[in-house]
Design a protein around this ligand. Structure first.
Ligand code: SF4
Ligand code: SF4
Length: 406
């Protein structure tokens, strides 16, 4: 018999999870079907059944420090098969949303990104910043003559602004991620298996390979098409970042000013990246519209990231079309909007869905280094007695359906 524990539910936390999309949380009766059908769940201490009871009991600390919340790829297989309609995939998504805000530094920015009613404030921040730069450089007007975007914001102004902004965002990110790591370390007693531990280099290599191939998406049986959509979006995004770097190299090092012809390497890379993003995101959006069951419930942050990235790609295509058409005011307005969306994407990275990738990366790395184990079927020896169910649930152990119902 293990040590007795007093569960102190955090009712406010339960309400927040319900508000963030885990509305049907209380329907769960711990049958463990979800853990059985999840192809990504490790054999020992599988998810998401244990997360469901932790969420029902309001065990905030357990969930915030649980790497499994991030190992989930929201394929919704568990939601499809849950006999009680408790939507475990959505509950994990709601916990992730809560974690973004909880770990965010400074917290008020996390709140702005995570609260739909504060969207106007989110939009206003980059608009005011850009207008201030235009006013400060004496360019608060539509430039005349041939459309050249550096007439509006000089290359140097953009470079310095973005370097400063992204450095600040990176520093904030480091604080958020270290809070997350501390929370996981506190939780390690329940989840680690020393015999499976990997060293830093093999763990890092495995994590990078897992992320760049999006291998886990293909293992989520009911939702394989998401792998291609996510890959297109992921590499489109990396392509856009590379385009910005290549553009700076041509401008600053090679002294070759923009605009470039359509067959220039910067243009080719930029256009291919935007097309990849538009195709990838269109698949994701259409799937969300067509099948709530298959795609899972979208949190506000999911939608914000998705539509903002869409806006970056679409305005990027249009600002080129308008420039070629020589329509000055339309080109510069679109360029302004394009920069607003890029700032939202980058500056708010530590608090948005963008952070998802980084949190997942850290969780996978941590899991490998701490012997969290590979996915697999529940083992016979994990079957426990009915009397032990309460304790085992609290410890995050596996409880097969028959026993839990027994
Ligand atoms: S499948 Fe069973 S354990 Fe999982 S959420 Fe549904 S009711 Fe709960
Ligand atoms: S949504 Fe998919 S990956 Fe996440 S717990 Fe459910 S079955 Fe597993």
């Amino acid at each position: 018999m293990g040590e007795r524990r007093m569960v102190e539910p955090n009712v406010e936390f339960i309400e927040k999870i319900k508000e963030a999309g885990g509305d049907f949380l209380k329907n769960c009766f711990q049958c463990a079907t979800c853990s059985t059908v999840c192809n990504l769940s490790p054999a020992a201490n599988p998810f998401p059944r244990k997360e469901m009871i932790w969420a029902q009991w309001g065990l905030e600390d357990r969930l915030l420090g649980d790497p499994d919340v991030w190992l989930c790829h929201q394929c919704s297989d568990c939601t499809t098969y849950c006999p009680r309609g408790a939507r475990p995939g959505d509950v994990l998504a709601a916990v992730r949303k809560y974690a973004f805000e909880k770990f965010a530094f400074p917290g008020f920015l996390g709140k702005i990104v995570g609260t739909p009613s504060l969207f106007p404030v989110l939009l206003l921040i980059p608009v005011v910043l850009l207008l201030a730069v235009l006013a400060g450089t004496g360019r608060l007007y539509f430039p005349q003559g041939e459309v050249i975007y550096s007439k509006m914001f000089s290359v140097a102004t953009l470079q310095y602004s973005f370097i400063t902004g992204t450095t600040l965002a990176l520093l904030m990110f480091v604080v958020s991620i270290s809070r997350f790591r501390q929370a996981m370390n506190k939780n390690s007693l329940q989840l680690t298996h020393p015999e499976n531990k990997q060293g830093f280099i093999p763990a890092l290599t495995g994590t990078i390979l897992e992320i760049v191939t999006h291998k886990k998406f293909s293992e989520c049986g009911d939702n394989t098409v998401r792998q291609y959509a996510h890959l297109l979006t992921f590499y489109g995004f990396i392509g856009l970042a590379a385009t910005a770097g290549l553009g700076a190299f041509y401008e600053i090092v090679l002294h070759t000013p923009s605009p470039y012809p359509l067959i220039h390497p910067v243009k080719i890379l930029g256009n291919l990246s935007m097309i990849a993003i538009i195709i990838g995101l269109t698949i994701l959006v259409v799937r969300r519209i067509q099948g709530y069951e298959k795609s899972g419930n979208s949190t506000y942050q999911d939608k914000l990231f998705l539509y903002n990235l869409y806006a970056v790609a679409v305005t990027g295509i249009f600002l080129e079309i308008f420039r070629l058409g020589g329509i000055g005011w339309l080109s510069y307005s679109t360029y302004f909007a394009h920069l607003v969306f890029i700032i939202i994407l980058l500056i708010f990275a530590p608090y948005s869905k963008f952070a998802h990738m980084v949190y997942r990366f850290i969780a996978i790395l941590w899991s490998r280094m701490n012997g969290r184990g590979e996915p697999g079927a529940l083992q016979y020896e994990q079957i426990v007695s009915v009397e032990a169910v309460g304790e085992q649930v609290a410890e995050g152990e596996a409880v097969p359906a028959a026993v839990a119902k027994g």
